[in-house]
Design a binder for this molecule. Structure first.
Ligand SMILES: C[S@@+](CC[C@H](N)C(=O)[O-])C[C@H]1O[C@@H](n2cnc3c(N)ncnc32)[C@H](O)[C@@H]1O
Length: 210
């Protein structure tokens, strides 16, 4: 499980990479413009990492559950929740890509930059659909097609970003309606071939019919 070890090792310094924090801030701002939070909501963050996207939501909802297959990431996620005095945050150490069942029912499922690490996205989206309450919302942020340049190390990167039209069709096939997408963030970084390249990140939302 090299990728899992990799995220475990990187967990403690994940939040020290300022371009990542800036990118997640932009994604979080876009998410905030699409979703109305309420104190009754149960929220799940898939591939939560250290909680850069979702921990700041926790104070405004009933519960926040972080799901990740990296124990190291979840440790940091929970440490940060404790430091923030959040009592409604929990973690699930799960690999949905291996078909492990997702417990619970949620009003909102969010995910940022995790889907390109998922091989069987159709099966995971079906799990999300089943785990959403009627009327619940899914919001996924991930890379637009990146020609394989975003990651210097391609291990366990199953998608070189996503074509939004194809991704939208996958959401439709999983049962989601009212699908919308916007650009949520952009990041410029050096690439292995030399020079720099600008990458864009979309936020796609869909709803389970009430
Ligand atoms: C690029 S990081 C993004 C972390 C966080 N969402 C963020 O934006 O900072 C991808 C995350 O997805 C997790 N992940 C990758 N494959 C996974 C899987 N099959 N099941 C659950 N989590 C997974 C990794 O452990 C990692 O924390």
């Amino acid at each position: 499980m090299p990728n899992r070890r990799d995220f475990d090792v990187r967990a403690s310094e994940w939040d020290e990479h300022s371009p990542r924090v800036t990118m997640l801030g932009a994604i979080a701002d876009t998410l905030a413009s699409k979703v109305v939070l309420s104190p009754e909501m149960d929220v799940l963050d898939f591939g939560c990492g250290t909680g850069l996207l979702s921990l700041h939501l926790a104070a405004n909802v009933a519960s926040l559950t972080g799901v990740d297959n990296s124990a190291g990431m979840l440790e940091v996620f929970l440490q940060k929740a404790e430091q923030l005095g959040l009592k409604n945050v929990s973690a699930l150490h799960l690999d949905l890509d291996k078909g492990e069942p997702l417990p619970g029912q949620y009003d909102l499922i969010v995910s940022s930059m995790a889907f390109h690490h998922i091989q069987h996205i159709e099966a995971v989206l079906q799990q999300f659909y089943a785990a959403l309450k009627p009327g619940g919302m899914l919001c996924i942020a991930d890379l637009d097609l990146d020609d394989g340049l975003f990651h210097r190390d391609p291990i366990n990167v199953f998608h070189d970003g996503f074509d939004r039209r194809a991704f939208r069709s996958t959401l439709v096939q999983a049962g989601f309606a009212d699908i919308r997408d916007v650009q949520a963030a952009e990041v410029t970084r050096s690439v292995a071939a030399g020079g720099t390249r600008r990458f864009t990140i979309f936020l796609m939302s869909g709803r389970k019919e009430a």
